[in-house]
Design a protein around this ligand. Structure first.
Ligand SMILES: Cc1ncc(COP(=O)(O)O)c(C=O)c1O
Length: 461
C-alpha cells in the first residue's frame, strides 16, 4: 500500500508482512498449509494470490492464468489495493468470527471486545430470542424456499407485520428479507417515471441504490442542508415527491432534523420517509425510533428499518398507510423476486420486540454506556464529531494512520470498524465504535485506555 512503510508498521506494533503471515498461520484453522496432506480449504499461492482447492481430493484448481484472456476480468486482475493492504497486515475486513458471546468475540484464536457491532440492545444471545428461533426452526424448518408472493409467506410474517404496524402507530407493515431490500423495494416501488426522490448526501447505500433502481429522478442535497432541499423541492413542484433520510446517520451518529424535514415535506406535498435502521431500540420512548423521539410519528409517512441491528437478526420492513403497503406488496420487485425471511429469524425478531418492550432498562444501559464512552473520548482529546447516539466515530486522519490504529487496537483486543474513503474525505478517516447495552463499564474503560495509549503513540491526540 502506497505510503505505508513496513518500518513504520513494525514500529507501530506487530504489523508488517512477517507478523501478518505469522498471525494467519497461528490463528486460523481454515488457512491450512499448502503442503499439508489434508484437504486444502484455502491456500496462499503465487505471492499472495488466493486460490481455492478441492475439499474432495488432491485435484488442483484450473490455473486461470493459462486460459484465454477475458477482457471483462482485467479490472479484477488489476485490482491490487486490497492485497497490498493485506500484505502489510492492515486489511480490516472479512475477519472471521469463530465464536461470539455477546460483547466478546473470538477472531484468529484471540478474544476481542466487540466495539463494531450494531447489536445495540445485546439481544443476539438473549434466551427468549434463541428459544423462539429454535421453536420456529422445529415447526417450520430451516427456510421458506420461496418468495413472499408465492409459497414463502408464513403466519409468522403476518404476525410480525401486524406487530410492526401497531408498534410504530401505522396502518400496515411489510416484511422484507433484508433492510437493504426494504429500501430498494420502497424507493423503486414508489418513485416512478415523472416522480422525484430527494436524498441526503450521507444517506445509506441502500437508499442510494433504491433511487438508482427507480425510474424516477434523483435529487441529492448536502448532508443536513435543508435550505438546499427546499430549493430542490421548489424546482420540482409539480411532481410526485419522496424525501428519504437516515433517522440516525450510520457514519456520523447524528440525528436527522425531523421537525424541519416534516415541515418542508408538508409545505411541498412530499412524502417523508425515515430509515430507522440505527434508531429502533435506541431512540424514542419505547425504542420506537426517530419520529417518536421527536413526538412526530404522525408527521412521518413511512418508516423503513432493519432487523439486523437492535433486533439481533436479519430482515427489513416498512410501515405506513395501508394502500401504500398494499401497492408495494403487489408491485415491489425486491419483495417479490427474492425468498422470504426464514422462520427462525422471523420468530427471533418477534421475541426481540417483546424483550425490548419488557426490558426497557436495556435501553437505559445503552445510553449510560454511550455517555461513558463519548465523555471518555472527549476527555482524552479525540474528536468524535456531531454524534448524539451509540455510534461513536473517532477521527484519526489519513487512511494509513487509521488502518494502523485499527490494527493496533485489534492486536490489543478491541474490534472496531475503520471508516475510509469514499465514505469520508481522505483526510477525515475514522475508527467507528458502537455501544451495546451489555458492554460493562470495565470493558468501556479498557477500550478508552487502549485508544488513549495508541492515539498518543500515533500522534492522533
Ligand atoms: C441506515 C441503514 N439502512 C439500511 C441498512 C441495510 O440493512 P441490512 O443490513 O438489514 O440489509 C443499513 C445497514 O447497515 C443501514 O445502516
Amino acid at each position: 500500500m502506497a505510503g505505508v512503510s513496513f518500518g513504520a508498521c513494525a514500529a507501530a506494533g506487530q504489523i508488517g508482512p512477517k507478523a501478518a503471515s505469522a498471525s494467519k498461520m497461528a490463528g486460523s484453522a481454515r488457512l491450512l498449509c499448502e503442503n499439508c496432506d489434508r484437504a486444502r480449504i484455502l491456500a496462499f499461492r503465487n505471492g499472495g494470490v488466493l486460490v481455492t482447492g478441492s475439499p474432495f481430493g488432491n485435484r488442483s484448481p484450473v490455473n486461470t492464468q493459462t486460459l484465454p484472456r477475458i477482457a471483462l476480468f482485467d479490472k479484477c486482475k488489476n485490482f491490487t489495493k486490497a492485497r497490498e493492504v493485506e500484505a502489510a497486515g492492515l486489511y480490516p475486513y472479512f475477519k472471521p468470527v469463530s465464536q461470539a458471546e455477546d460483547t466478546v468475540v473470538c477472531i484468529e484464536g484471540r478474544s476481542k471486545i466487540m466495539m463494531g457491532s450494531n447489536n445495540y440492545l445485546g439481544l443476539t444471545h438473549h434466551p427468549k430470542v434463541l428459544e423462539a428461533a429454535k421453536q420456529a426452526l422445529d415447526r417450520y424448518g430451516s427456510g421458506c424456499t420461496g418468495s413472499r408472493l408465492l409459497n414463502g409467506t408464513l403466519d409468522l410474517h403476518e404476525r410480525l407485520e401486524a406487530h410492526l404496524a401497531e408498534f410504530f402507530g401505522k396502518e400496515a407493515g411489510l416484511v422484507f428479507s433484508t433492510g437493504y431490500s426494504a429500501n430498494l423495494g420502497l424507493i423503486s416501488g414508489l418513485v416512478g417515471r415523472g416522480d422525484v426522490v430527494f436524498l441526503d448526501k450521507l444517506d445509506h447505500a441502500s437508499i442510494v441504490d433504491g433511487a438508482r433502481m427507480a425510474f424516477g429522478h434523483t435529487a441529492r442535497f448536502g448532508h443536513g442542508d435543508l435550505d438546499q432541499l427546499k430549493r430542490l423541492l421548489a424546482k420540482h413542484e409539480s411532481r410526485g415527491k419522496l424525501i428519504i433520510v437516515d433517522g440516525v446517520f450510520s457514519m456520523e451518529g447524528n440525528i436527522a432534523d425531523v421537525p424541519a424535514l416534516s415541515k418542508l415535506a408538508q409545505e411541498h406535498g412530499a412524502a417523508l420517509v425515515l430509515d430507522d435502521a440505527h434508531s429502533i431500540g435506541v431512540l424514542g420512548p419505547r425504542g420506537d425510533g426517530t419520529a417518536a423521539h421527536f413526538g412526530l410519528s404522525d408527521e412521518v409517512d413511512l418508516i423503513v428499518g432493519t432487523f439486523s441491528k437492535s433486533m439481533a437478526s436479519i430482515g427489513g420492513f416498512l410501515v405506513g398507510p395501508e394502500h401504500v403497503v398494499h401497492y408495494l406488496k403487489n408491485n415491489s420487485r425486491p419483495l417479490i423476486f427474492t425468498a422470504a425471511l426464514p422462520p427462525a429469524n422471523t420468530a427471533g425478531v418477534l421475541a426481540a420486540f417483546e424483550v425490548m418492550i419488557d426490558e426497557p432498562e436495556r435501553r437505559d444501559r445503552l445510553w449510560e454506556n454511550t455517555w461513558r464512552l463519548q465523555d471518555g473520548f472527549r476527555a482524552i482529546g479525540f474528536d468524535i464529531g456531531p454524534t448524539r447516539t451509540p455510534i461513536v466515530p473517532v477521527l484519526i486522519g489519513t487512511l494509513e494512520q487509521t488502518l494502523i490504529v485499527w490494527r493496533r487496537l485489534f492486536d490489543a483486543g478491541v474490534f472496531t470498524n475503520p471508516v475510509v474513503p469514499p465514505a469520508v474525505r481522505p483526510d477525515a478517516c475514522r475508527i467507528r465504535t458502537s455501544l451495546m447495552a451489555t458492554h460493562t463499564a470495565d470493558q468501556i474503560d479498557f477500550v478508552l485506555e487502549q485508544f488513549a495509549k495508541i492515539g498518543k503513540e500515533m500522534g492522533a491526540i
